[in-house]
Design a protein around this ligand. Sequence first.
Ligand code: J2J
Length: 539
Amino acid sequence: MIPLRQTWPEDVARRYREKGYWRGETFSSFLRQRAAERPQAIAITDGARHWSYAELLSRAEAAAAGYLRAGLRPGDRVVVQLPNIAEFFPAVFGLFRAGMIPLYALPAHRITEIAHFARRSEAAGYIIAERHDGFDYRAQARALRTEVPALRHVFVVNGEAAEFTPLEVEAGTPIMLPPDPPSSDVAFIQISGGSTGLSKLIPRSHDDYLYSCWASNAICGVTEKSVFLVALPAAHNFPMSSPGHIGALYAGARVVLSPSPAPDSAFPLIARERVTITGLVPPLALLWMQAAPTRSDDLSSLEVLLVGGAKFTPEVARRVRPTLGCTLQQVFGMAEGLVNYTRLDDPDEIITGTQGRPISADDEVLVVDDLGNPVPDGESGYLLARGPYTIRAYHNDEAANARSFTADGFYRTGDIVRRLPGGYLEVHGRAGDHINRAGEKISAEEIEDHLLAHPQVFDAAIVSIPDEVLGERSCAFIIPNGEKPRSPALKAWMRTRGIAEFKVPDQIVFVPEFATTAAGKVSRKELRARLRADFLAKD
Ligand code: J2J
């Protein structure tokens, strides 16, 4: 197996430890400690079930024993694909307890994506719910076992396990659990939104991730009295760490799971559980603001609404307090590390007009031009970041590492930003060709590759188009090969490719050719830019 590592130079790592950022705790050790300090406090609820810290710990230990009994070993990587259900937590804390490495997939991912994650991570296991949103994950597990035979173990956390292993979360026969790994070890794998090709694997260590979570707690006002609502998919980095369910559990607070971010599901939970803080992507924040005046749910407990994942426009941002009665906190983060927040006591124009400033005094942020030279403050440029919780390399992807990191270890975020006085950042756009569709990042290249496999597609270019609801939508420009396929048929065919629904192009435009320059050759990047500009000019 290719070792999972995160490589801060030794002297840098020492500095982060000396400064107290890296506390030497692991995911398992902090949960054990919280369970000892506040055993009866509620850790997790889905509205129906309420599990205390003591109960969560014992369920996680039972899950750990279940994995070991089934034959998984410490160090094994395990793809976790679970919706927002209480079982998510014993399943992943069980993996941590057994020294295994979760890779977080989203419920929307389909076989092509899951097989890629399993291969790249050399996964030995896959954890699923029986079904969710009408989709049968056991059927997907069968397909995965055929495509990736090295993946030997499938665990089902609820419902009928069929031929797979039901995950034991009730205390079973005692089994010796291994000691905690060093806190500098990789704890889990996140996946990148990615602008080129397939998603990359992001290895995060116990030390670095827990730092980002507890430091976020301080910035977002999360304490043991907080009630954090997970409205977005729990596996996404934003609701996990900013300050997220991990931040909330670290604080000894209560985590409430909503099966969907729709007001119908989330509002009654806010009212019933007296939720104090949650996070949303901009289109959902807008939806909540539209729904709030029309419903009778009591949202008065809500103190802070985090909005991030995509640009929140100042006009909409200004309406958060009047409509929802809570403080807006903008968050501009990434699964690779760097997270920026507006502060709760910032003046209104900072809260509504910027995407915040970094968590840490040791976050190093550079804004550079095309040649890599720093631009003066106030001018826009490419954002580079390095620091105590920003990765220095992807797992098992040398080509991506060469592109995405500078020689001195800065991560090229691909975001175009402007730095304002006080270190606040204003996000202006992206250098890379991805579509940020309601916070879900879609790589143009990945979708073009799928389209090119269709016999009636001669060439394809995917472009992001501004969209009132989604922020951006995807538009596929296609040169047909012979007879033009019908758009609905082409979309249906894309769905058979085993990809998440959000990646199916929203719009398809057939064109006879792609205009090229007199010189003949244009890069994909220029071509996408030109198609986009022409489309918007005609609109
Ligand atoms: C504009 N673009 C933003 C914002 C992210 C907290 C919050 C979000 C994420 C996330 C996260 C943006 N305005 N406020 O992991 O911990 C775009 C940028 C960024 C990319 C990262 C967190 N907030 N973005 O969205 O890994 O382009 O993380 O580089 O999914 O989302 O996407 P992702």
